[in-house]
Design a protein around this ligand. Structure first.
Ligand code: SF4
Length: 354
């Protein structure tokens, strides 16, 4: 049976078959991915009203692609107090945020309590606000730094009010590329093990893939299939987020930015291969809002959210430092021919903007 027929019949592709997907032309891949997307969600495009908070940029790790952590390229160190974090949360809730997305660098100065105390204070003040926090890389860092197990960190997070985990720190799972990109950080298997532990507690998380740097197409396929394998066991990932590498202000020498065609192919292939992960997110912060909207016709059904403020990707050149206004966001989605649907962090629909 040929590849296209197999996809149309909803049969799983082997790794070898998956590796040949990039040989298909963009429109064929787009049509195949869009068929799957339309069957699941019709013309709905999901987003949430959220606020990204990045409480510190002091980091014990040295990932080559990172422009966010304080380093010789970015000498401006900062660490927020709990009061500063709460002030941001207060402001965000007052303008409608339903989720705070909290991700930090690996700061060796503050201790586990700085993290958990912040979550507890947010939870105490806002019992219904969704707290998405702590990547698997942060959990691994706290475990190594303070001699506690992954299970203990995860249980502390849950006791402190964290609802779900973001998908960061996955980068690219291939061990050789990973060693080059971010030696010393959480390994691929550890990243997967941490998410498995989180899922086994009945919790959901996102999964990411950083692409467009030094990896090959085969590395992307390998990454996607490792996620598909774990999802078969746990069913805890609610969304896959391919993150487009941002090239400014970091130590990775990548001359060429990915073409829009390659980015769209990667979104479409993700939709085709991940038959067990419900949502594919075009994170507009890294792809640009224009391409994220086009991606809604190439298998993606989610755009993340209004964000309000973002520090990590914008440090590397993304045009996201001030997020996006809700009315502008909605009208862009409508103008692209899709129906904006505000969702909560677990993809329950809150409001459909007809
Ligand atoms: S990507 Fe994260 S862990 Fe790596 S250097 Fe940047 S802040 Fe630190």
């Amino acid at each position: 049976m040929d590849l296209i027929t197999k996809i149309k019949n909803k049969q799983r592709l082997t790794k070898e078959e998956a590796n040949s997907l990039y040989d298909l032309d963009l429109y064929t891949l787009g049509e195949l991915a869009d068929d799957i997307r339309q069957e699941l969600y019709s013309k709905k495009s999901y987003f949430n009203i959220n606020r990204h908070i990045n409480p510190t940029n002091i980091c014990a790790d040295i990932c080559k692609f990172c422009a966010y952590s304080a380093s010789r390229k970015n000498p401006n160190q900062y660490t927020m107090s709990h009061e500063e974090i709460l002030d941001i949360v207060d402001n965000s809730v007052s303008i409608g945020a339903k989720e705070v997305h909290i991700v930090s660098a690996h700061n060796p100065n503050d201790g586990i309590e700085w993290y958990m105390g912040a979550f507890r204070k947010i939870r105490a003040k806002y019992p219904h606000l969704h707290i998405k926090a702590m990547t698997a890389a942060e959990i691994d860092f706290l475990s190594r730094e303070y001699g506690v197990s992954y299970d203990e960190v995860i249980d502390m997070m849950i006791e402190s009010g964290v609802d779900s985990m973001p998908g960061g720190g996955a980068e690219i799972f291939d061990e050789e590329v990973r060693e080059y990109l971010c030696k010393g950080k959480v390994t691929s298997q550890q990243w997967l093990d941490i998410h498995q532990k989180w899922h086994e507690r009945g919790r959901e998380s996102n999964a990411t893939m950083l692409f467009g740097h030094v990896e090959s197409r085969e590395h992307r396929i390998d990454h996607i299939l490792r996620l598909r394998d774990l999802q078969d066991k746990t069913n805890g990932f609610n969304a896959f987020i391919p993150l487009v590498y941002q090239k400014e202000n970091n130590f990775l020498k990548v001359k060429d930015f990915l073409s829009g065609q390659e980015i769209l192919k990667t979104y479409a292939i993700s939709r085709i291969l991940l038959d067990n992960i419900p949502h594919i997110k075009a994170y507009w912060v890294t792809s640009s809002i224009g391409l994220a909207l086009i991606a809604q016709e190439f298998g993606c059904d989610d755009l993340d959210g209004t964000i309000e403020k973002e520090s990590i990707q914008s440090a590397a050149g993304a045009k996201s430092s001030h997020g996006m206004q809700l009315d502008e966001f909605i009208s862009l989605i409508k103008n692209a021919g899709f129906t904006p649907v505000e969702r909560d962090s677990l993809y329950n629909e809150l409001r459909v903007y007809e």
